[in-house]
Write a protein that binds this ligand. Structure first.
Ligand code: ADP
Ligand code: MG
Length: 353
């Protein structure tokens, strides 16, 4: 029998399951609090369960603001802005969290052969996607700008130098592909430490859940249908704890003469990645890793994803332009398709030979 679910979003599912769990149990529910806000350049939705949940929300939003002070390209004096200003000159001492995120960014850049590259800043500015200045640059400009991108030029502190630096003038960091994931991990850890029992953190579609689901059972996270209005899932993933992060062509883009120019740039070509994909979802335990991987895997596409996936504990789901969903076998067992116009396929050759 064909079964159809009405479109639902993760937060609705969570609320329903929570209420149901409460009705059928004899315990009082833990204190719960929920907030919608804007941080790290995106919509944020936090839902927390446990003692002091309301105060913990304030703390979490303050923390997001601090992280933005470290990671934002646009905030004057942020670690990233200072490294960018200092490109080609002296190293810049940074906060411990910036150091951590830059190390992970560099590692995923290396592992992905530069498909994920935190020095993509000059290309991001050139295209301006998601800003009023968005435009299609000329071939020359693209070539010249592409030459400024290169993660090997992001130089970590060594014995003599106490900070991070970019080797050449004009180079620039952009942590848009990893910062939200890092922020999710950071918040979850802090919230746990202050006694929050469970929570759902949605940072612009980067979802992280921790602690036992208040309604009992697993958490269910909807996966956005890349062709439908926001909040319309094509299916859902269940998980005990962990993160579900999606990179898709629908987040930020403009269209010209029927072509969509989106914000996931291929550092090798200097143009929006064309790998036949509409979105990539990564399920893992670290949100920072999942975030970087989702961007890398979008650029690489399913055919070139194998060695990266063999290296990290992560599951992936690709949504292709021709309405296929390719996914790693163990994710297939936890994925439920609700939009039957998509066809499910195992991602071939998941494990490295
Ligand atoms: P979002 O949730 O905003 O869609 P993604 O994780 O998909 O975030 O990352 C997209 C952002 O990452 C872009 O807006 C840009 O700032 C940056 N970016 C774009 N292409 C790359 C790339 N190849 N490597 C690293 N970062 C990138
Ligand atoms: Mg990402």
């Amino acid at each position: 029998m064909r079964r159809r679910l009405h479109p639902l979003i993760a937060s609705i599912l969570v609320s329903l399951a929570f209420t149901a769990g409460f009705l059928f149990s004899h315990h009082r529910p833990p204190e719960a609090a929920e907030r919608h806000s804007f941080a790290l350049g995106t919509l944020v939705h936090l839902k927390l369960y446990g003692p002091g949940a309301e105060d913990a929300l304030d703390g979490a939003l303050d923390r997001l603001n601090e992280l933005e002070d470290a990671f934002s390209v646009h905030r004057v004096g942020s670690d990233v802005a200072r490294i960018n200003e200092s490109a080609g000159r002296e190293p810049v001492p940074v906060r411990p969290e910036t150091d951590r995120v830059l190390r992970l960014a560099r590692e995923v850049a290396r592992a992905s052969g530069g498909a994920f590259d935190p020095t993509v800043g000059p290309l991001v500015s050139l295209w301006g996607i998601g800003t009023p200045a968005a435009r299609i640059p000329g071939k020359e400009e693209i070539l010249r700008t592409r030459g400024l991108v290169g993660w090997r030029d992001l130089i970590p502190p060594d014995g003599t130098e106490k900070g991070w630096k970019l080797a050449r003038p004009g180079q620039a960091l952009d942590l848009g592909g990893i910062a939200k994931g890092y922020a999710g991990d950071d918040l979850a850890e802090r919230l746990r430490r202050r006694g929050i029992l469970a929570g759902l953190l949605d940072l612009g579609g980067n979802i992280l859940v921790f602690g036992p689901h208040p309604g009992g059972g697993n958490w269910t996270i909807g996966i956005q249908d890349p062709r439908k209005p926001r909040g319309t899932p094509l299916g859902s993933v269940t998980l005990e704890e962990g993160t579900v992060v999606t990179s898709g062509v629908y987040e930020r883009f403009f269209e010209q003469q029927g072509v969509r120019y989106h914000h996931l740039l291929d550092p090798a070509t200097g143009v929006p990645a064309r790998s036949g994909l509409l979105s990539v979802t990564v399920v893992a335990s670290s949100s920072a890793l999942a975030d970087a991987l989702s961007t890398a895997l979008f650029v690489l596409g399913p055919a070139r994803s194998r060695s990266l996936l063999a290296r990290y504990p992560a599951e992936v789901l690709f949504v292709t332009e021709d309405r296929k969903i390719l996914l790693t076998p163990s994710l297939r067992r936890r994925f439920r398709l609700t939009d039957r116009s998509f066809t499910l396929r195992d991602l071939p050759g998941e494990k490295a030979p």
